[in-house]
Design a protein around this ligand. Sequence first.
Ligand SMILES: C[S@@+](CC[C@H](N)C(=O)[O-])C[C@H]1O[C@@H](n2cnc3c(N)ncnc32)[C@H](O)[C@@H]1O
Length: 756
Amino acid sequence: MAKFKKGKGAKGARKPKDDRTDLIEKIDMSNERLFAYYKAQNIVPEEEWDVFVDALRQHLPTTFRVAGSRQVANSLNSIIKDTHVPSLSNVTFEGQRIPPPVQIPWYPDGLAWHFNVPKKVLRRSPEFKKFHSFLVFETEVGNISRQEAVSMLPPLLLEVEPHHLAMDMCAAPGSKTAQILEALHAQDTATSTSIPSGLLLANDSDNKRTHLLIHQSARLPSPALMVTNLDASNYPSIKIKTPTRAGGSRTVPLLFDRILCDVPCSGDGTIRKNMGIWKSWQPMDGNGLHGLQVRILLRAMNLLKDNGRIVYSTCSLNPVENEAVIAEALAANPAFELVDVSSKLPELKRRPGLSTWHPSADRVSATTYATYEEFMNSSTDSTIKAKMTPGHWPPPNAESLHLDRTMRIYPHLQDTGGFYVAVLQKTQKATGQSERKREADDAEEEPESKRLKTDEDPQIEDEALPAPMDVPQDEVKEDEVEEPSVAEEVDMLPESIESETTTPAPEVQTEVNPEINQNRRKKKSQDGGGFKENPYTFLKPDDPILLNCIERLHINSDFPSSNVLVRNPEGDAARSLYLANDIVKNVIVNNNYERIRLTAAGTKVFAKQEAGKGGEAQFRVLGEGLPVILPYVDPATIIKGDMVSLKTLVESYYPLCSNFVDEFREAVEARPTGSHIVRFPLGQHDGTNLTHDLMLPIWKSNVSLTLMIDKKAKSALSLRLFGADITTAGKEGRTNVTQKAGPDESVATAEESEEL
Ligand SMILES: C[S@@+](CC[C@H](N)C(=O)[O-])C[C@H]1O[C@@H](n2cnc3c(N)ncnc32)[C@H](O)[C@@H]1O
């Protein structure tokens, strides 16, 4: 077995480009079962094999995406292009020229970047150190998303528009959710958030991870976002009310225009980052996940509108988790076809999906089987036999399914991870054909014991004829829409993997197979199905606290006051006020929040602020809520700021009003204590260039002012505007630039866990 060693590598291996040699040297980057399995699948031509394996052994470059609304992203991208890249273009370190970051050629508008710089350079080169601080702070505030390049693909191919009802079935930790949100918010400006008519329902079955998802998506506050915590393969029907022509309303199931199924997978495409996979990989990993992957995709198909689109993706190279899932779902749903996306993202190098593959179910040798029958006749292991289904193999009509329209991304094509994406469209050709009949037909074709679980799922059968929301349809009576019990989280851990948990952990266990590790964690951390979140309650538009916020901030009558909600059953405006759009409100008021395990909805706009001694508590606008309410605020009431005053506000926590330049001081002194908005106009001021107006919330107390954005946002702003972190925390060195971006890295998967 070849071992990777500095200077004398394994066959086909060469010295890694970075300084992770400490880890890389210890890892045996070889796994004969993996090599034999993928050779048998012919995933790359024979002459490319060595280059492919060599790429698997190289450290993955760092990639990131400039996130947020289009205008903000473009202006931050200009800072990278015009300031950082030039300053990083002539860096040499220990006699070697270090290449600057470059734009990923296929990503729209050049908003994604990659660079491959050893950590010691990031730590020690002053130019890269500065760039690194910039990246860390902008990541903290959500302007940059550290994301594997290939993981950026599915949302691009989903083609979400602001009016779409979209669902992200397996969403945590949320890097793709953020991209979908950005697409929903395509009409946002640099200073204000639009309220899209569409919806993003982001779901994950792991409760802990839904909170990570909520944290990530708070970086693009959206009244159109909801988060649920359910098993996607058994997702319940959500009810909404829709108007009738007669002027009344009726209840119909919520169906979607766009659904992302970024399903749990064995994750072998992340082997460049998760090197433990070298040791642990075996074919039953993928075999064990296939059933769940099919059930999630089938559920998505049932929740889709006619002409709607599903993107199915994995970070696995295994056809059993990819083409086999698509083939099985297409066989069950002839209303769907694969979309030819070969002309999309023309600069992306890709390979067509496979039409044939040879599953293996052997943990020791690497035998593969051309057909299910061949496997059943040769295997003597009844446990493994029970786990394999005909659906693991290519169907007889594989060629006619156009599986070549799906895309495989291999690490050696453009120095990325491995990935698989399929785009499916629900065509009109099958509209009117009974889905119930189709399900029955499929069931007849397959042996009883091998039927898909969804065939036995009464809830899905009841929805065999889903009613598209925008097409006139019969009213669905309240009691006709099933109320299943809260979905139990399925135990999708294949037994073969489960049994490994009792064996001693390998040296690099924490990096082994992200999904599988996560499932192991889940077994321990499940909360037994109990749902502990508080419900959302809408305030009456004449709620005195809401009216007070509206009056103090000079919000006009177009503001959707009836869409303001609080998070308690009493409807008590005690702490925070949220804003939801109409469709989110529709879902909340027409569904039992526990049944849909509603974990988050809308975006926080106002929060209670305790006043100083003797003062009365007031509600203030939040930094993240400001862009949402701004379109409704009387512009004449917004205070005009200047860069010298901004610098004062950034430099200290509570600068005295008397410390500000005259014009600004007079403007704030004329205001009552409480929450106010300041506009710093675009243009060149005192050596600082603002490419768009900057709107910030402040709090005025009797003698001082406070900039009401959090510490990290303040540091990021400071770096962006003044080229250094001049905040109190920054000067005291308390905002450590090497800290991790997420709040809870312990639940992060391979795709998201690496530090910048
Ligand atoms: C590949 S990760 C998703 C990554 C995410 N889309 C992103 O880009 O940040 C798969 C997710 O599926 C979740 N998951 C696993 N089984 C699930 C199920 N039955 N229903 C819903 N989510 C599930 C896992 O908790 C995990 O967060």
